[in-house]
Write a protein that binds this ligand. Structure first.
Ligand code: UD1
Ligand code: CA
Length: 455
């Protein structure tokens, strides 16, 4: 059977009080809307249409890597109206459409699969994903009679009796496409909010004696994020889910409460993670790594047996058996080799550092290509910026860069070279040479006494 999906993402989200469209707020490092799209796609539904309106261009831009189509809802007149705006997308289609709201980031792939299967197997006209919750404040209520679903009533439209119902509408459904399209024409906005509610389609189909099903799932999965408080709740639930997955895969988390791992991060077996680490974006960590306290690693690939402590690593690669930190800052587009050492207060920017090279302390390397087995003395600075343009520095293998060296770019340092401590290098150092570029020392005998400064 043909399957497609709609994701409603046109609202601003007034209750979240933000300039950013609500569905672009992130949970565990990924936009809520992308969480929803990914769960749908992973469940095997490929044809996904996102309904956009508020911040449409931005929503499009941020989801362009997800290969979805879009429908525009220029004015936000309610969730039913939003689905009406996808008419062109649904036109002429036969089969099942699953509908999601863009603000339920915790929905699992397995639940989407279960909902769609249940819908198809029972030949339902509509199937609602519901959950039982102690406090359903703000959610639509599932009204049943003799256990059969009759309708959904929005919180604001509930009477005393309906307010007591603890079965809530997750905002996720399956519909027969043709029946849905017909029912949409019958919606009105005679309700507390003056909106066209998608939820009213249920009562319309019921009045036509169509079969309405319900699939119950855990409330935790169906949390709809309307406010910052709910955003924090979603973050905590997903964080626990992610941490559990890594522990089950053989990663040690010393303190899961203070370990923040993005949803798409991969971590190898026997890696140990100490408190207060933040791993974000498209990050891959190898096996047997030791991530000591307080690092932030984003969009980076870390090899096996790497030790990292109290450092920031962005959009970079670190080779096997290398150590980083404490207090290193590795900026985007850097590649550090294997068995290398990037020590304390070292900043690396857009540079390549070869295997076995040691940059142990207080050093800046920017826009440089550094060979293997080099040693950087304390306080080396690559002077890559002349005030207008950034220049490149190239350093060969087995070079020894003395303490407090300045390498004024563009400059070349050959293989097997030595640079004397305190040198300011402005010209090429040829292979095998020692470069000394500092003023010669001069001692003035007895100067202190002559000046009357002796104590
Ligand atoms: C909706 C449901 C409610 C359910 C809850 C679950 C309706 C009428 N109510 O309420 O029964 O319990 O979700 O979380 O459907 N949107 C549009 N265009 C619009 C209005 C909304 O695209 O005109 C989008 C929003 O961007 C959002 C989603 O639809 O992603 C849900 O809208 P929201 O206002 O959050 O609905 P709820 O009041 O939470
Ligand atoms: Ca909502």
């Amino acid at each position: 059977m043909y399957k497609c999906a709609l994701v409603l993402a046109a609202g601003q989200g007034k209750r979240i009080k933000s300039d950013l469209p609500k569905v672009l707020h992130k949970v565990c490092g990924k936009e809520m809307l992308k969480h929803v799209i990914d769960s749908i796609r992973n469940s095997g539904i490929d044809d996904i249409n996102v309904i956009i309106g508020k911040g449409a261009e931005l929503v499009k831009e941020r989801t362009q890597d997800r290969n979805v189509s879009y429908s525009l809802q220029a004015e936000q007149l309610g969730t039913g109206h939003a689905v009406q705006c996808s008419k062109e997308f649904l036109q002429g289609k036969k089969g099942v459409v699953a509908i999601f709201t863009g603000d339920t980031p915790l929905i699992k792939q397995s639940t989407v699969e279960r909902l769609v299967e249940d819908h198809i197997n029972n030949k339902n006209a509509a199937t609602i994903l519901t959950a039982i919750v102690d406090d359903p404040t703000g959610y639509g209520r599932i009204v049943r009679k003799d256990n059969q679903v009759l309708k959904i009533v929005e919180h604001k439209d509930c009477n005393e009796e309906e307010l007591k119902i603890t079965e809530m509408n997750s905002g996720i459904y399956c519909f027969d496409i043709e029946l849905l399209v017909k029912a949409l024409d019958k919606l009105n906005n005679n309700n507390e909010q003056g909106e066209y509610y998608l939820t009213d389609v249920i009562e319309i189909l019921k009045s036509e004696n169509k079969v309405i099903g319900a699939v119950v799932t855990d409330f935790e999965e169906t949390i709809g994020v309307n406010s910052r408080v709910q955003l924090a709740q979603a973050e905590e639930i997903l964080k626990n889910r992610i941490n559990l997955k890594h522990m089950e895969n053989g990663v040690t988390l010393i303190d899961p409460k203070t370990t923040y791992i993005g949803i798409d991060v991969e971590i190898g077996k026997d890696t140990i993670i100490y408190p207060n680490n933040i791993l974000e974006g498209n990050t891959k960590i190898g096996s047997n790594c030791l991530l000591y306290q307080n690092s932030r690693i984003a969009d980076s690939t870390i090899g096996d047996e790497v030790d990292i402590q109290s450092s920031v690593i962005l959009d970079s690669k670190i080779g096997d058996n290398t150590t980083v930190g404490p207090f290193a800052y590795i900026r985007p587009e850097s590649t550090i080799g294997k068995h290398a050492r990037i020590g304390d207060f070292v900043e690396i920017k857009k540079s390549t550092i070869g295997d076995g090279t040691k940059v142990s302390h207080l050093t800046y390397i920017g826009d440089a290509e550094v060979g293997s087995d080099c040693n950087f003395g304390c306080g080396t600075v690559v002077v890559n910026y002349d005030g207008k343009v950034k220049h490149k520095t190239v350093i060969g293998d087995n070079s020894f860069i003395g303490c407090n060296t300045n390498l004024v770019s563009p400059v070349k340092v050959g293989d097997n070279t030595y640079i004397a401590a305190g040198s300011t290098i402005t010209a090429e150092v040829k292979e095998g040479d020692l470069a000394v570029a500092r003023a010669k020392q001069r001692n003035i005998s007895g100067w202190v006494e002559k000046k009357g400064l002796k104590k």
